[in-house]
Write a protein that binds this ligand. Structure first.
Ligand code: HEM
Length: 315
């Protein structure tokens, strides 16, 4: 099957004011096909309906499918080239853990009501065939800052570059417009972070905190977050991903974190950044941000185009 044109899911949307992330795992020994067809129809329905009803809320729903789920669902297309079960990345001090996930939902809107409506409608169908193993309600924090106080997303690709870096391109007729989605839930040690001086925090991130200006290369430490995640291919071309991270938290329980979410035209780019962060570049020179942040989940998905989801229902 060759795709001349395609309608992607909303992977290039910007992080919105409100978001619900959820991860579902299929129940064993149950017929999932019929309910999954309904879920595919809902994903398309939400995006069209909110655009018509409440265009200003910029509501969108993106669904990703994990490796195991792709097999269980008997998808009409072969396995996307770089879709696999995420292999944990173990560094000298910190580990990027691998946790289960068959379906991932990214529900965004300016109003939580829209996110919640989408979540309720999806859950009504999913609950029959899957267990929700994590649901996180996240929010825009001040002027787009992560909960550790630094603006998060500044170096994201802009304009047409977003499409280029977020989606599989012409190199694959079959998967063009699809995207590799990777998520991790991080918990921060806020006590330790807040007792670190602002100057030291800036050396951890590699940017100035208030102004969000990048440190000059001759000052930026090689183990800062932005030094290790700024990567190139062997020909010197920058390799980028789209990040839509948001803070979440339950302050009274001391659970305060960042939901890391990225869309990419290939997973190997995200994986290389993770290796630099956790193993280090060179080995041992790992990301100082990890001394304040623990990854408690990690899973990889492929986001098919809406046409691919339509093919599933029609199959
Ligand atoms: C940059 C926060 C995890 C990839 C940044 C920046 C902040 C930040 C504040 C600087 C501003 C910006 O350009 O966005 C965080 C937090 C994380 C996290 C709080 C979780 C605890 C990750 C992970 C990856 C990643 C897991 C990759 C797999 C990047 C990239 C940049 C960046 C590519 C831009 C680097 C550059 O070109 O300057 N992050 N990040 N981040 N982060 Fe993260």
């Amino acid at each position: 099957m060759k795709r001349a044109d395609f309608t992607p899911q909303n992977v290039t949307d910007s992080p919105n004011v409100n978001t619900i992330f959820s991860i579902w795992v299929f129940k064993d020994n149950i017929d999932i096909k019929h309910s999954f067809e309904r879920v595919c129809a809902l994903v398309e329905n939400f995006n069209n309906s909110f655009r018509t009803r409440l265009p200003n809320t910029e509501a969108s729903c993106v669904m990703g499918i994990g490796y195991e789920a792709w097999l269980k669902l008997d998808m009409p297309m072969p396995m996307p080239l770089e879709l696999k079960t995420f292999n944990e990345i173990k560094g000298p001090k910190h580990t990027a853990v691998s946790t289960p996930g068959d379906l991932h939902f990214h529900l965004r809107s300016t109003t939580m009501g829209a996110c919640f409506d989408m979540s309720m409608a999806l859950s009504e169908v999913l609950i029959e065939i899957a267990d929700c193993i994590d649901e996180v309600q996240a929010f825009r924090y001040w002027d787009g800052r992560s909960v550790i106080g630094f603006v998060d997303g500044t170096e994201n690709p802009q304009g047409q570059d977003r499409e280029h870096y977020a989606m599989v391109g012409e190199e694959s007729d079959l998967y063009q417009g699809g995207s590799y989605l990777f998520v991790q839930k991080y918990l921060h040690n806020m006590k330790s972070w807040n007792s670190t001086s602002v100057e030291e925090q800036e050396r951890v991130i590699g940017r100035y905190k208030m102004s969000d200006i990048e440190m000059p290369d001759d000052i930026k430490p090689s183990n800062s977050h932005t030094a290790l995640t700024n990567i190139e291919d062997e020909d010197g071309n920058e390799l980028k991903i789209i990040r839509d991270n948001l803070p979440f938290g339950n302050a009274s329980k001391g659970e305060i974190g960042t939901y890391f979410i990225s869309y990419a035209n290939r997973f190997s780019t995200t994986e290389k950044m993770l290796e630099n962060m956790f193993i280090g570049d060179p080995v041992g020179n790992y990301d100082r941000l990890l001394d304040f942040s623990t990854a408690v989940s990690g899973s990889l998905y492929f986001v098919p185009t809406l046409d691919m989801l339509g093919d599933y229902s029609a199959d």
